[in-house]
Design a protein around this ligand. Structure first.
Ligand SMILES: [Zn+2]
Length: 232
């Protein structure tokens, strides 16, 4: 039998980056619900990583506003408020038209093919009824647009915004329609391929509005009225 050395122990676990990706994927696939506690001892056991390796990953997720660190209580998957949910869509509406503009100017045949390959994956997930894959791929489509636009800062922002959108959808989805409608993405690609900035932008903003409209983001008016009555 091989002796257990420092090395073999390390091989049992994963790298910090793999650990980060695992949690991120779980959020993107709605497997980690908002408010879920990430208990450190369990993370140590499951990942094989030490606390000193796990903490910076949790700090990174907190920096991306995907995890909330509460002093003396621990780490929890973030629960964006209605206001934060609206801010996410507001910001996406500012950033994504710029991404579309970059792509209409510069996208080459290879970029269009990459986008179409992604659509094929989305269609397959829908055909297979693979709900988790549909949710994840819907978000990744928007990150892919940013990647192909070739601006690293936009990619980082879109990663964060799509993950936050996933949390928002988990919390506020009214109609149980967990992802981007099927044909919207294909229609956006078609307009990019035709280099029609106006049409591509229109389709994108209509798409974001459609996703936002499936959510119940109205402020609870009744609660506000009750408070007024109390202090009258
Ligand atoms: Zn979409």
């Amino acid at each position: 039998m091989k002796p257990v050395t420092q090395d073999t122990l390390a091989n049992r676990g994963m790298t910090s980056e793999q650990f980060y990706q695992k949690i991120l994927h779980a959020i993107l696939e709605h497997r980690l619900a908002p408010g879920t506690q990430l208990v450190e001892e369990r993370l140590v056991v499951l990942s094989g990583l030490s606390r000193t390796k796990i903490r910076p990953v949790l700090a990174r997720l907190a920096h991306e506003r995907l995890v909330e660190l509460i002093p003396n209580r621990g780490a929890f998957i973030a629960r964006p408020s209605v206001e934060e949910a609206r801010e996410v869509f507001f910001t996406r509406n500012l950033i994504e038209p710029a991404i579309i503009r970059l792509l209409c100017d510069d996208a080459g045949g290879r970029d269009i093919r990459a986008l179409k390959r992604h659509i094929t994956k989305e269609r397959k997930a829908r055909r297979d009824g693979d709900r988790l894959a549909i949710i994840r791929l819907s978000g990744e489509f928007h990150v892919l647009l940013a990647e192909l636009a070739g601006n690293a800062i936009l990619v980082r922002m879109m990663r964060e915004l799509t993950a936050q959108t996933c949390l928002v959808i988990t919390l506020y989805d009214a109609a149980n329609t967990p992802s981007c409608p099927d044909h919207h993405h294909a229609d956006i690609i078609e307009a990019i391929e035709a280099r029609d900035v106006k049409l591509a932008t229109q389709r994108l903003t209509a798409h974001l509005r459609a996703v936002e409209n499936t959510l119940r983001l109205e402020v609870d008016e009744e609660a506000a009225v009750d408070l007024t009555a109390i202090f009258a």
